[in-house]
Unconditional design. Structure first.
Length: 311
């Protein structure tokens, strides 16, 4: 069917400027959603719509290319390091939000962990008009000591921004013993969230050091310093979704890992798109180990961490 250029422009404006979803446009113009998708594709082909990617500095691009080549990443985004770590993290969060906008689409199942880097990503994310999407909290919460960085709050806010269904995991991320863990994961609400972690298209995770002075689990009070130091002695260099891993990115067979409530480690590494966000040279060892083990497919970090990793 031949459509006028004015009609194509009108549909493009509805989608790219008015931020209506393809389903909303289909209903408004009494056409199918696949037709809307084809029209938007035609708009790109005819030059009505141009997608431009803002390039980073040459130095950052070079670091990103070297990381991708060395560790087989799908992609890497490197931001400039600022003297103020919070400013660096904010920049990384903004880049992560932009990347999230570009990769999330209708029908996706999205998982999110917790932490300051993910808070910055969600904080910078604009409302997305996607449909039939769900957001799953990847692991139990950190607790009220860090409410804005907690997985439950981040998953809830992300679901609001994506207009998606929300599946919280209303339990601690780390419990005192395996018996308690088994009791909690049998609870219907927690079980539903855990079951949904088996069918995710994309996850956003942070990477943390196991150093007791830097560990998010220690800061939140779920792990004491003695336990953190014990994981270090066992070979841990970092943790992802609560699980401690060694220099090769392998999950440690350590008692602490068996008390984590969240997505199973083997399921995590099987997800197609795994975006890791972490900044600072002090996290370089943890990031490098995660890259070595293939724990993430896309890395968002800063120049100081990238340089330390590559050195």
């Amino acid at each position: 069917m031949q459509r006028s250029r004015e009609y194509l422009i009108e549909i493009a404006r509805r989608y790219y400027i008015d931020e209506h979803s393809q389903q909303e446009i289909a209903k408004e113009y009494n056409i199918s959603r696949p037709t809307v998708s084809n029209i938007l594709k035609q708009c790109k082909e005819e030059g009505i719509v141009e997608i431009r990617i803002k390039e980073s500095s040459g130095f950052s691009r070079e670091l990103a290319n070297r990381l991708c080549n060395r560790f087989g990443l799908k992609g890497a985004i490197i931001v400039a390091s600022n003297e103020d770590p919070s400013a660096t993290l904010s920049s990384a969060g903004a880049e992560a939000a932009s990347f999230a906008s570009s990769i999330t689409s209708d029908g996706m199942n999205v998982g999110i962990a917790w932490g300051t880097s993910l808070f910055q990503m969600v904080n910078h994310l604009n409302h997305q008009n996607v449909v039939d999407t769900s957001v799953v909290q990847l692991m139990g919460g950190l607790g009220a000591s860090n409410p804005q960085y907690d997985g439950a709050n981040l998953a809830r806010e992300l679901s609001r921004l994506l207009n998606a269904r929300y599946y919280p995991m209303q339990c601690p991320v780390l419990v005192n013993n395996v018996t308690l863990k088994n009791m909690l994961i049998a609870e219907p609400g927690i079980k539903e969230a855990l079951d949904r972690t088996c069918n995710l298209d994309i996850v956003f995770v942070g990477l943390s050091s196991n150093d007791p002075d830097k560990s998010a689990l220690v800061k939140a009070g779920f792990m004491n310093r003695a336990e953190a130091e014990d994981t270090l002695k066992a070979g841990a260099v970092g943790h992802i979704c609560g699980y401690s891993y060694d220099k090769d990115g392998k999950m440690l067979d350590h008692p602490v890992n068996h008390r984590i409530i969240g997505i199973e480690f083997k399921n995590l590494v099987g997800i197609k798109e795994r975006i890791g966000i972490a900044c600072g040279s002090e996290k370089a060892e943890a990031i490098k180990a995660a890259l070595t083990g293939g724990l993430i497919t896309t890395l968002i970090t800063d120049e100081s961490a990238a340089l330390r990793i590559l050195s």
